[in-house]
Write a protein of this length. Structure first.
Length: 145
């Protein structure tokens, strides 16, 4: 009798690592090739508290990094979890997302991507792919427009 694991097809080869980010109404799947660092419990401050359109920022090394907050991210807290990422669609270097929960890493294969999925709201850019985990659809974000 063959060994038990030989009775089943082997799982597909892992081709990519993604970071699953829950950020209020957004559920984002970020390619690890974009993500530079994950910072925990980092204060986020408004550049101008009187302007709703003003981006929030964190100080990271010698840079002021814009952070997505408001209805496109978790509400601002005294400290938040911030994911810093870089992508081809970003012209300013690093961008941050303030997360409601600790991001989760997933190792996936090309067959794990769902397509097509609904596009992300502006200013996010997506490529029509998504990943489902715990009955929640995470949409692949490739940058900000």
């Amino acid at each position: 009798m063959p060994e038990p694991f030989r009775l089943f097809a082997p799982p597909p080869a892992i081709t990519e690592k993604i970071l699953l980010v829950q950020s209020d109404v957004l559920y984002l799947a970020l390619s690890m090739s974009y993500v530079q660092e994950v910072l925990l419990n980092v204060p986020v401050v408004k550049q101008d508290p009187n302007s709703a359109k003003s981006p929030s920022i964190i100080q990271f090394r010698d840079m002021a990094v814009p952070v997505v907050l408001g209805n496109k991210a978790c509400p601002p807290h005294p400290t938040t979890i911030v994911v810093l990422f870089r992508s081809e669609a970003l012209k300013t270097g690093l961008m941050g997302i303030a997360c409601a929960e600790l991001p989760v890493m997933a190792s996936i294969s090309a067959e794990d991507w769902l397509s097509p999925v609904p596009p992300l709201p502006a200013p996010w850019q997506s490529d029509g792919k998504g990943y489902r985990r715990d009955n929640q659809l995470y949409i692949h974000a490739v940058g900000l427009g």
